[in-house]
Write a protein that binds this ligand. Sequence first.
Ligand code: A2P
Length: 308
Amino acid sequence: MKFYQLANGDKIPALGLGTWKSEKGKVAQAVKEALQIGYRHIDCAPIYGNEMEIGQSLKEALDSGSVKREELWVTSKLWNNAHESQSVLPALQKTIDDLQIDYLDLYLIHWPVAFKKNVIMAQTGEDYLSLDDVPLIETWRAMEKCVARGLCKHIGVSNFSQKKLAHLIQSGSIKPQVNQIEAHPLLQQKELFEYCQKEDVLVCAYSPLGSGGEPSLLEHGVVKKIADNRGVSPAQILLGWGVTRGTAVIPKSVNPARLLDNFRGANIELSSQEMEILAKVDRDYRFVDGSFWAIPGSPYTVSGLWDN
Ligand code: A2P
């Protein structure tokens, strides 16, 4: 398994288990299976509604001694309703309690979008706070305090454009260590990726398999052809592509055979020729386009979200 070294020397496994859309009743078993296979990185978020169940599996594995805490990398994310300074630490504490661990390895601002406290999913414009009301840098400073308190080892962001990331890099005391963004051959995010590399911010690719959406990445002709030539699965090519490129990947699965398939895929190094062929597949196509934050009355727009 490949690892990426962060600024302080800590190492994050290139492959993590994604848990978005992993249903309650299935995710505990998936985490158990994944740990048995050898996954050591789990990507979580309170909005996925399954942290308590994931916590049960983490506790079992840690109590049994099959995995040591220091071998595990656990990421979670600050939800949109806890961007106000005083809400950040309680939100992190709740996540840690639900996951039944003492600290997170990585805590991310989930979206550069804020809701009023107690709003779980904004339904009307009234439910939002604008970034003038709650500037991202204030949220970031509260995240920095969580590091000082020992509640998380690293902090970062998710769904941040280059502009928003640059603002935190310039104005914060701690540099964001990771930007978790949607990335796969249809959405390669070349400019943002190169900026992150230049700034030593690790990119973690979410929805690396296309998140079960349309058009199907797993059915993409070019991906399938490379997979057939190598006698591996399309999913393995997609994960090999992400890791060869230098991103972490967090495929979601609750299926034991696919968990294993993905584990092996993350060890595949694609050739420069295969990488060149896949570079041409880019369509700037988002499965998660953020339009759900741009409902009537919301202070957010899709172009403002991605700064394009
Ligand atoms: P399942 O959980 O039933 O395995 P992403 O990681 O891009 O969000 O994609 C997750 C989707 O891809 C889920 O629908 C998941 O279903 C499916 N999936 C995960 N791994 C594989 C695989 N190796 N082959 C095919 N489909 C997969």
